[in-house]
Design a protein around this ligand. Structure first.
Ligand code: SAM
Length: 242
């Protein structure tokens, strides 16, 4: 772990987001560790949004596409990778909102997709729907910020669906779906709640309690001040915790 890229980013986070590139809206460290451990050289991968995740996926030698409306993220990504010694030749940025860009991309089969772009309803659902048929059977979709109702709607809707196994989580926020078949979801609604309230219900009971308490604490003024203090050494502004 101590020599891993995730560890290096954790020690010195890179500012890739915001108007001045001095913010990091990154994935939780556990999810970055998962990407670093699981993405294989030569995999075809795609993400909505970009950031630390793009650096880690590039470092694994994947043929990667990142979709973001902010062109500044690409230049900051390439500069950061040059400093970190991460090759970027196999990474393509597609600039624009994902609901516009994804339908225009070639239908290359995908081994892994990370959905972490626009989080407002219905964009996470549109992102999942736009890539679902391109994910190869056995491939994975990572849904970040799964406690947010527009993301949770995908998990609630796919629970019990034979085509998508809700396999595990990486940290508290990121759910890993594995594609098992090509079948479509049911056309009829079966009465279940989809989206609902913000919650960590995809976690087992113990981690669920911890994640809820953490989230509640880090949403208070005191919690936010503690996060700001801890992060101050990195010289960055942070939006997410974990
Ligand atoms: C939470 S950040 C992604 C963090 C990244 N996964 C990381 O590890 O640092 C959200 C990203 O979505 C991008 N974004 C915002 N609106 C978007 C949209 N409509 N389509 C695609 N990406 C969008 C932002 O520019 C940003 O790169």
């Amino acid at each position: 772990m101590s020599s891993s890229l995730t560890y290096r980013l954790r020690t010195r986070p890179v500012g890739l987001h915001g108007d001045h590139g001095d913010e990091s809206w990154g994935l939780a460290w556990a999810a970055l560790e998962w990407l670093e451990a699981n993405v294989q050289p030569g995999w075809h991968t795609l993400e909505t949004g970009s950031g630390h995740s793009t650096i880690v996926i590039a470092s694994r030698g994947a043929v990667h596409a990142a979709v973001t409306p902010d062109p500044g993220e690409e230049s900051r990504f390439r500069a950061a990778c040059a400093e970190l010694g991460v090759p970027t030749d196999a990474v393509t940025f597609h600039i624009g909102p994902s609901h516009v860009v994804l339908p225009t991309l070639p239908a290359t089969p995908l081994d892994l997709v990370l959905i972490d772009g626009a989080h407002g309803f219905p964009y996470p659902v549109i992102d999942w729907w736009s890539v679902a048929s391109r994910v190869r059977i056995g491939g994975v979709v990572l849904l970040d910020d799964a406690y947010m109702p527009p993301v949770a709607a995908i998990i609630d809707g796919l629970r019990g669906d034979p085509a998508w196994e809700i396999e595990s989580t990486a940290g508290y926020r990121t759910v890993i779906l594995r594609k098992r078949a090509e079948t479509l979801p049911h056309f009829d609604w079966d009465g279940r709640t989809v989206g609902g309230r913000m919650s960590f219900r995809y976690l087992p009971p113990g981690p669920r309690v911890v994640a809820s308490a953490r989230h509640r604490f880090f949403s208070t003024r005191l919690g936010l001040r503690i996060v700001a203090l801890v992060r101050r050494n990195a010289g960055l502004r942070w939006r997410k915790t974990g």
